[in-house]
Design a protein around this ligand. Structure first.
Ligand SMILES: *[C@@H]1O[C@H](CO)[C@@H](O)[C@H](O)[C@H]1NC(C)=O
Ligand SMILES: *[C@@H]1O[C@H](CO)[C@@H](O)[C@H](O)[C@H]1NC(C)=O
Ligand SMILES: *[C@@H]1O[C@H](CO)[C@@H](O)[C@H](O)[C@H]1NC(C)=O
Ligand SMILES: *[C@@H]1O[C@H](CO)[C@@H](O)[C@H](O)[C@H]1NC(C)=O
Length: 486
């Protein structure tokens, strides 16, 4: 009943309104204003977004209101328009590395991307994306090499004949995670690689315009993911995305299909295009064996992650609990040991107990506060609150260490990762480097830490790496903590 009523009510009022000349005048004035503002936004959206006084990237509500009212508009921005009237696709400030690319004016038609350019130095297709196939360990999977179905390069002169002459423009910054479900639904892979890598490469733009905050994304698009398969088992990714990006929708395959069925060319004003297998093609992919390896070769401001951390903490924590770098740090630093004893990969029970005792002694001594965290028994907000207060996090290699993303960097902030002796993998070392936390790898009674810029050689998964008999000699961990706190 209700929907019918409201529909007939709307029809009635529109018809009614149109009968009155003054109402018609109002509609005309409004439409003209909207079109005029739309024109202004198109020409000046970049400068508008960049003039925000905030030190951090912000979701610019002024721009968003204007462009939400933009229905379908011809391309403008005179500086970049070629004779054929098509804006060329460009990579702003060279913000690109294998698998992470910022593209302005990237076109999409029938599910295929079009890069409109005459520039022979544009990165090749296989550095931008790949085919949507699952990766198989040890080869033997389908060939991921991208084809004309995924992306084509065309010249501005060809654009009209290939893309038609009408465009649907999608304004603002879109993050397109061009990836199959295989890896995305995992706390570390999602936040520690996709979002972190994307934000690092995007932040490269700040180096050429340091005073201009970067706008937050207006939408995330996952063209090959449906049924929420991007969510992780532990249930972290969903709520944390809403906390970091509260008003940003996460669109999936249905959205992509809608654009395809529209049968028109869509132009994205700015995208960050992310693809895992393209990312692994970077030469550093063979050094660190991580999707984000190549992104580490892209320079970014020191605390480029700060806007995301700040947004997330602001939306999860009570005001009094939000760390504030302008205030004196609390007198007692917090050391948090993330216990994995309730999971598969864990310490020898005796070593875990001895480690807890040794840490508690540091607390008795008055050197620090110590918290033993069993994440699976804590609410999300409790977990975030704890890491946001921590200065040092200790834990066995595992997903929980991704939480260092929410630990504010300080000169003494530290990640102590316990591995099975001789085992090594770069996951949390790379996150620590991005955050500005010092990373230590502990192998029972030895440890390893590398200064910025140099790194451990080689990934090793010895037998026992994922087992439940990982040894640790507590005095080794304690000596690192003492040194960091002295
Ligand atoms: C829009 O931004 C202004 C200034 O930053 C702010 O005062 C206002 O509350 C915002 N409005 C909305 C709807 O977010
Ligand atoms: C992107 O990378 C993944 C690796 O996760 C690869 O399997 C896939 O084919 C690539 N392309 C798409 C469209 O998913
Ligand atoms: C990128 O890699 C090259 C080659 O190893 C190196 O010379 C350069 O310093 C690296 N740059 C950054 C910012 O890591
Ligand atoms: C760990 O280190 C301690 C102290 O050196 C040593 O006694 C112990 O045997 C070591 N454990 C393993 C499994 O190597």
């Amino acid at each position: 009943m209700a929907p019918t009523q409201s529909r007939s009510c709307c029809r009635f009022s529109i018809r009614n309104a149109l009968r009155h000349p003054i109402a018609i005048l109002k509609v005309v004035i409004l439409t003209t204003a909207v079109l005029f503002f739309t024109y202004l936004t198109r020409s000046y959206s970049a400068s508008l977004a960049f003039k925000s006084p905030s030190p951090y990237a912000q979701y610019d509500n002024f721009t968003s209101t204007l462009s939400d009212s933009a229905v379908s508009v011809p391309p403008l921005s005179p500086a970049k328009v070629k004779t054929s009237g098509w804006e060329e696709t460009v990579i702003p400030s060279g913000a690109h590395v294998h698998g992470f690319t910022v593209l302005d004016n990237i076109y999409l038609r029938d599910g295929t991307f079009y890069v409109v350019t005459d520039d022979p130095s544009f990165p090749p297709r296989n550095r931008l994306l790949s085919r949507p196939v699952e990766m198989k360990g040890g080869g033997g999977g389908e060939d991921p090499t991208p084809t004309d179905e995924q992306l084509q390069f065309i010249s501005p002169d060809q654009a009209t004949s290939i893309l038609g002459d009408s465009l649907t423009r999608i304004e603002g910054f879109s993050v397109i995670v061009y990836d199959v479900p295989q890896f995305v639904g995992h706390f570390y892979h999602w936040f520690g690689e996709i979002i972190l890598g994307a934000w690092r490469v995007y932040s490269h733009i700040l180096l050429s315009s340091p005073s201009s905050p970067l706008p937050f994304p207006r939408r995330f698009i996952l063209p090959f993911i449906s049924d929420d398969k991007w969510r992780d088992k532990a249930g972290m990714d969903g709520p944390l995305m809403r906390a970091a990006f509260p008003d940003v929708p996460i669109e999936q395959a249905g959205y992509w299909d809608d654009l395809r069925k529209l049968g028109k060319t869509v132009v994205f004003s700015r995208v960050m295009l992310v693809n895992r297998s393209a990312a692994h093609k970077h030469p550093f992919g063979g050094v660190w064996y991580k999707m984000i390896a190549g992104a580490m070769n892209v320079t970014a401001p020191h605390d480029f992650w700060a806007p995301i951390r700040a947004s997330l903490l602001r939306n999860v924590l009570a005001p009094g609990l939000i760390p504030d770098s302008t205030q004196d740090p609390p007198s007692l630093p917090l050391v948090t040991y993330i216990s994995r004893q309730g999971t598969g990969r864990r310490l020898l029970a005796a070593d875990h107990n001895a480690l807890v005792d040794a840490l508690k002694e540091l607390e008795v001594e008055g050197l620090c506060e110590v918290q033993i965290a069993v994440l699976e028994r804590m609410t999300l907000a409790e977990q975030i609150e704890l890491v946001a207060r921590s200065l040092i996090i200790v834990g066995v290699h595992g997903n929980g260490l991704t939480h260092q993303l929410w630990m504010p960097p300080q000169p003494r902030s530290t990640m102590i990762e316990i591995f099975f002796p001789n085992g090594y993998t770069f996951d949390y070392e790379i996150v620590a480097r991005n955050m500005g936390h010092r990373h230590y790898a502990v192998w029972n009674d030895t440890f390893l830490t590398y200064p910025e810029g140099t790194t451990h050689k080689g990934v090793k998964y010895p037998e026992g790496f994922h087992g439940d008999k990982i040894p640790v000699y507590p005095p080794t961990v304690v000596s690192i903590i003492r040194e960091r706190l002295s």
